[in-house]
Each structure stands twice: as structure tokens, then as C-alpha cells.
Design a protein around this ligand. Sequence first.
Ligand SMILES: [Zn+2]
Length: 386
Amino acid sequence: MVELEKTLQYAAERSPYYRQLFGGRVPAFTNVPTTDKKILSERTADFLCVPSEKLAEIVTTSGTTGAPIIYRLTAADLDRLAENERQSFECAGLSAADTVVLAVTLDRGFIAGLAYWLGLQKLGCRVVRVGPTPALITALVEQLHPTAIVAVPSTLRLLTGLTVAKAICIGEPVRNRDFSLNAAGQAIATGWNAQVFSTYGVTELASSLCECPAGNGGHLHEDLLHLEILDDAGQRVPDGEVGEVVATPFGVEAMPLLRYRTGDCAAVFREPCACGRTSLRLGPIVGRKNQKLKFRGTTLFPSALQGVLETTAGVDTFVIIARRQDELSDAVEVVVHGSVADPALRDALQGRAKCAPQIRHAPREEIEALQMPANARKRRYFVDLR
Ligand SMILES: [Zn+2]
């Protein structure tokens, strides 16, 4: 792994954080301590390897969990970002023949929209920077007949009567753990008459992985990123088993990170893909590490329950609530509104999510208040009171 070694050496020489951490002795890569959002936000300046004159772009994370992180890129980092995204879109089968609507936020300090734009330009596509405004998306899709759209699933689900060949979905899951489309993925595939692709990116890694048309996980760009899946103790978990996504981007100039814990949980798969690529594939993100529930001796993610609730007849709306019970188990309550009978819902949850939480029926207003508390930016289906 020449790239991995180069990345390690560069960080050891140039990053004040890693120079201090290593104390003059560069460890083997597998012995490098992991880093995470907390360390990065507390010591951002110590991760910077270049003088400020060399910086070309400064972005920030959305800050849904904890303080936003300021991430800096040089011109070379922007080239790398463009190449990463070019490979991601190429993986989804896009080419210079495509007209692509970018229905995501292009400003507000975010990196994603910029990365997509750079990658699509590098691929030679025509790009329409529409942003996430539904009325404008509708008008321009009707007028320009794009072949692809890049958007957040909840934005796509708001719109009806539009079609596009490929819907590239970011930020929210569109697949279940077994790669089948979840409720959102199905709604988009049907509503837009589109092939659905999931793409996963992390600001601090300046990297993304996108699915190919086989839809069996995001293909790793092996020249740009190293991926590991680790358990809570920092040990590698076997392929196919869910753990935390830990990644090391290659060739980053301004803020290289080694073994960065993303906080996202997923599994990797190594068998060759139906598309012919042999690169590692990252399965659907099943949840954030801190959302993992302990339930009577097993662990599960709220997304597993959500997947069942979204597809059970008679469930109009719902919210999942977790409370701390004791060391071994969390108390999990599913609050639903709809005509579904408790035994039917219990069977569905037990059968498909292997979990029998408490079930409580409540008025729609009560559930919606839990989903959208004052100052919430986004509807939530999981409330963590632990
Ligand atoms: Zn593939």
C-alpha cells in the first residue's frame, strides 16, 4: 500500500497534531490511534499542514451532531475532490452524455454540492445548479429533461409527476441492510420512474462512495481512500458485519486524517460485483454509532425498526423512543398512530427486526410534536432519551 504509507509519512512530517501524537516515532499504520469528530473540532488548527496562503476553500460540516467542524482545502485538494466525485458518478454510469440537475444546497459552507459540481464538470456533464427548492426543481426538470438528478431523498419524495433516468440520493438511506430499496428508495424509484443510486460522503474525508447500477453498496475508490470497519474496541470486524466506518483519505494536502472514525455504521463486502469491479463495497449506512440500541442481549439500530414501521400497513406515522433502563438493556418504545393492531405490529417488528419493543398508540399531534420539536431542522423518527 504505497499510498497509505505516503499518507502516513506526510501526516507524520507535516501535521502538528500527528507530529505530537507520534513523538518522533512513526508507528505502523494499524497502530495509529484513531481520531474522531471531537478531537478534530477541539484541535482543528493542529491538523493543518499548509500555510493559510495555500488554502483555496474553507467549508463546514452541518453540525447535526456537536459543534460544526471547519475543514480546509488547497487547490490540489479541490482537484482530488473533483477526481473522487468524477469516479463516483462514473460508477453510477454517468458520462459526458448526461444532463444532471444538482438539487442540493450549493452554498452555506457545505462541501457536498461543490464536490458534485466539480466531479460532474470533470466528467463532462451538463450541470444545472438548481438547489433544493421544489418549485425550481419542477420547473427546470420539466423544461430541460435531465437524465439524472442529485438530491436528498426527502426532497425527491416531495415532488410528483417528474421523471429522470437516474436519481442519485445523498444524506438519507434508500436501502435496507440487505440492499433492497427501503420505503424512501421505493417511493423515489416509482415516483420518478428512476433507477435509484445511493451515494455516501463525509466532509472531513473529502471523499465519497457511490453505487454502480448493481446497487450492491458504494464502490471504494482504492486510489483515494482506505476503509476499515471497526468494533467498539477498535478491532476489525469481519466482512459483512456491521461496525463503525473508519477511513483514511490518500493524498490530502491541507488536513490529512488517519483512521478517522466517522460515527456511521455499515458493513463492507469484498466479493467481485456484478458490474465487474473488484473494489471493496460499503453497504447501506444502518445508523450512527451513538444511536445503537442495547436490547435484551443484542444490539440493533433504530433504522431497523423504522424500516418495518414504514412498510407496515395501518401505520400512518410513528416515532421510536429509547430510554436508559440498565447496563444491559435500553427501554425501547414505539409510538404509533394508525389502524394497525398491536399484535400485528408486534409480529412484524419481531419477525423483521428481531425486536419486541413496547407499543403505544397516540394521537397524530402528539407524535408530530415528538418528530418536530421547536427549533428542529429536520423531522426525526428516533428520539434518544438515554
Ligand atoms: Zn458494482
